[in-house]
Each structure stands twice: as structure tokens, then as C-alpha cells.
Write a protein that binds this ligand. Structure first.
Ligand SMILES: C[C@H](O)[C@H](O)[C@@H](O)C(=O)CO
Ligand code: MN
Length: 422
């Protein structure tokens, strides 16, 4: 029997298995197809961008590793994205940072315009992709002292306010051009290395600055604002202006999205437990799915317990429609395209596995207080034939099944990446 027929046969058995719990796997796969995952452009070039690629990465985030083949031009990055996306099933978006503009001369951040991203828009349109956006408030001389939107100097602060305002115009242009709203996430590195005297003042300034940034109404048909909290950064260990409490309050009172980055909390805290809490107060959430390793290390997303717990929460809580899922990590120590593919496939795998849970039985067991049954069902689902459904999903969506995608990445590495300057 051919491998293709084996996959189909295994799927038919799995389909029967899940139908016994009233789950229609075809309907699940149809739904899965429609859930977009936003792939972050910055995994492809170690967060360097095209404004000043030789500049230093600042803002308390770090890329480690020196694997050859990094994209050095927008065309190279787009080619790498195409290759990665061809190996990932389901709906995808691309998440761009302002650093990835294209211009024939230097454009200051407060002067970026939609035209500097038009080639990205054309590329996305040809592929039927949505675009998301981020102002880049780091890796710049004006962010050197770890203050941007909360800067005490009104001139510097205004520069960053204007950058964020200009970014909203770019984001709106994405939404208008592509017919799908762009989510624009504001993350700033503002904080301090050691204990500050004044924790209140900078937060008061930040609140006013953000209010100025979002003052102009933009239709949600085209654009959403999101704000991303953080616990600490390198060089900002003692105090982060945009903390979780700050942004939760901001999003709840201003009606913006709240961005939860899986690496931005105390190591024993998990985003999966926060979702059902914040959804009581904010309408929409942006997820930065990442993998912290002892700190906000931005490791490649694995198919691990927390990823599954995040997906379970979105499915069980019925909040998928209120969530924008994006990835956020940057690993320069391995093939960068493989890093994208692994994380993106894992995200979708976790969503699929969550959608195949015997939800009705689990709910009934919990409601009736039969916690042993609940535990048994959880445990049995771990080894249910969900992986056969995943293989069929990949096969039927014309992307490689199993690790076959890795051969494609290796061939691309040999034929394309290895020929790039080192
Ligand atoms: C480059 C990203 O915007 C950045 O990683 C941000 O989202 C973040 O998580 C900073 O720690
Ligand atoms: Mn993030």
C-alpha cells in the first residue's frame, strides 16, 4: 500500500473513532483551515530589518546563534517566507515590523508611510495573505536610554508617538488593501535596570502618550490596536513601565486588544490561565505564542504542555473568534526556515488536538463531579488517533506529511541559503 493510502486508511479509522464522541473530523478540519496564524517576519533575519541591518538589536531582547543563510534583503526574506509557508497547512498571515520598510533612502521612523510597505502589500495580495504590523520602538538612537513613549523628554517622546501614529496609517493601509483588518501591536522596551524612585510618573506619561497615539478613530474593519505587557527585559530588570496590570487596565478602559506574550510573565505563570480571566474584561486578545526558557528567551515554539493548554483554552472557552494568534520567537542557532515551520505547524497541531477533545463528555464529567472520569478522558485523549487526523490534514492540504518537510528545507538550504554571504 502506498504511503498516501496508508495515511488515508489511518484517517478513516480515526474519523470513526472521533465520531463515536459526536465529533465530525471533516467539520473540524474545515474550521481549522479558517483560523489564521500570523507568522512573524523577524525569525527570518534575527530582528535586523532593512532600515539599518548593521545596527545593534536593542530594547532588552536578544538573538543568539550564527546559523548561516540569514535573509539580507526583502526579496530574500520573501523567498524564505514563501518556502516556509509552502510547508505549513491552513490560513496564514504575516506579521511585519516597521523596521522592514523598503525605501531608496533613509526614512526616519516618524516619517514612515504606507508606500514604504507597498511591496509587502503586493506580495501578500498575490498570495491571499493578511498582514499585521508593529511600530519598532527599539534598535534606534532615540530608544538608547530604555525610554520611548514614557520618555521624560517631550521631544523624544513625541518622536515615538509620531512613529506609532504613522504605524497606524500603515496598518490601516494593510487592512484596506487586503480586505482583512491588520492587528497593530505596540511593544515598548521602557524600563529601568535598577530600582527607580518613581514608578508612578512614567506610567502616567505612558498612558497619556498612548491616548495620543490612538486618538484618531480608525475603523475596526481595517485596523486594531493592541498593547503588549512585559515583566522585564535585559537592562530593565527592576522595572518595566508597560507591565501586565498597566496594559490590562489600558486595554479594558480604551477598548484596545491586549497582547499576551507567553514569555512575558514570571516563570511559574502561564498565559493559558490568563486567557479566561482577561476575556472577562477585554473584547479581543492578541497572542504572542513563544517559549520562554528560564527567561524571555524566545525559543522556537514546541508542541508542549503550555502550547496545548493555550489552544485548549481558546477552543473550550469559545474565544477563538476574539483572538488573533501570532508567533514571537527568534532563534538564530538553527535553520531559520525550519524554526518557522516547526512553530507554525505546532500551533496548528495544538489547535487541532484541542478541537478533537471529547468536550461534551468532559463537561458532563466535570458538572457531575466525576473527576476521575474527567482525568481518564484527558489522559486517553493524549493517545487518541488525533495524529492520524493531522497527517490527513497535511496530505489533503498538499503540504508534506511528517518530517518530509525537512528534506525540502534542507534542499533549499543547499541550493539557496548556503550561497548567501556569511
Ligand atoms: C520583536 C517583537 O515585537 C518583540 O519580540 C516583542 O513582541 C516582545 O515580545 C519583546 O519582548
Ligand atoms: Mn512579543
Amino acid at each position: 500500500m502506498s504511503e498516501q493510502s496508508q495515511i488515508t486508511k489511518a484517517y478513516e479509522l480515526a474519523r470513526e473513532h472521533f465520531s463515536r464522541d459526536g465529533i465530525d473530523t471533516e467539520a473540524v478540519l474545515g474550521k481549522l483551515d479558517t483560523i489564521p496564524v500570523s507568522m512573524h517576519c523577524w525569525q527570518g533575519d534575527d530582528v535586523k530589518g532593512f532600515e539599518n541591518p548593521d545596527g545593534e538589536l536593542t530594547g532588552g531582547i536578544q538573538v543568539s546563534g550564527n546559523y548561516p543563510g540569514r535573509a539580507r534583503t526583502p526579496d530574500q526574506l520573501r523567498a524564505d517566507l514563501d518556502k516556509a509557508m509552502s510547508l505549513i497547512p491552513g490560513a496564514k498571515r504575516l506579521n511585519l515590523h516597521a523596521l522592514y520598510l523598503e525605501a531608496d533612502r533613509k526614512v526616519e521612523r516618524d516619517a514612515i508611510e504606507p508606500k514604504h510597505f507597498q511591496r509587502w502589500v503586493d506580495w501578500a495580495k498575490e498570495r491571499g495573505l493578511g498582514l499585521d504590523f508593529n511600530p519598532s520602538c527599539f534598535s534606534h538612537p532615540k530608544s538608547a536610554d530604555n525610554r520611548t513613549l514614557s520618555h521624560p523628554d517631550a521631544g523624544i517622546r513625541q518622536f515615538w508617538i509620531d512613529h506609532c501614529k504613522a504605524s497606524r496609517k500603515v496598518s490601516e493601509h494593510f487592512g484596506r488593501s487586503l480586505g482583512t483588518a491588520s492587528v497593530m501591536n505596540i511593544w515598548i522596551p521602557d524600563g529601568s535596570k535598577d530600582y527607580p524612585f518613581d514608578r508612578y510618573g512614567p506610567r502616567e506619561i505612558l498612558k497619556a502618550a498612548l491616548d495620543e497615539v490612538i486618538a484618531e478613530k480608525i475603523s475596526k474593519e481595517f485596523h486594531y490596536d493592541a498593547v503588549e505587557s512585559k515583566l522585564f527585559g535585559i537592562g530593565a530588570e527592576a522595572y518595566t513601565v508597560g507591565s501586565n496590570e498597566f496594559y490590562l487596565g489600558y486595554a479594558a478602559t480604551r477598548g484596545t486588544m491586549l497582547c499576551l506574550d507567553a514569555g512575558h510573565f514570571h516563570p511559574t505563570e502561564v498565559v493559558s490561565d490568563k486567557l479566561s480571566a482577561v476575556f472577562q474584561y477585554v473584547d479581543r486578545v492578541l497572542l504572542h505564542v513563544s517559549r520562554p526558557m528560564r527567561w524571555d528567551s524566545d525559543h522556537v515554539v514546541l508542541f508542549d504542555d503550555e502550547l496545548q493548554a493555550i489552544a485548549n483554552e481558546l477552543v473550550r472557552g469559545g474565544t477563538l473568534d476574539r483572538t488573533a494568534i501570532g508567533l514571537d520567537y527568534f532563534d538564530a542557532s538553527i535553520n531559520r526556515i525550519a524554526a518557522w515551520v516547526i512553530g507554525m505547524r505546532n500551533m496548528r497541531k495544538a489547535l487541532l488536538k484541542a478541537m478533537l477533545e471529547p468536550a461534551a463528555k468532559l463537561k458532563a464529567a466535570e458538572t457531575s463531579g466525576d473527576y476521575a472520569l474527567r482525568m481518564a478522558l484527558f489522559e486517553e485523549h493524549k493517545t487518541s488517533p488525533w495524529a492520524a487526523v493531522w497527517d490527513h490534514y497535511c496530505q489533503s492540504r498538499n503540504v508534506p506529511v511528517g518530517a518530509a518537510w525537512f528534506d525540502v528545507v534542507k534542499a533549499y538550504e543547499r541550493d539557496v541559503l548556503a550561497k548567501r554571504e556569511s
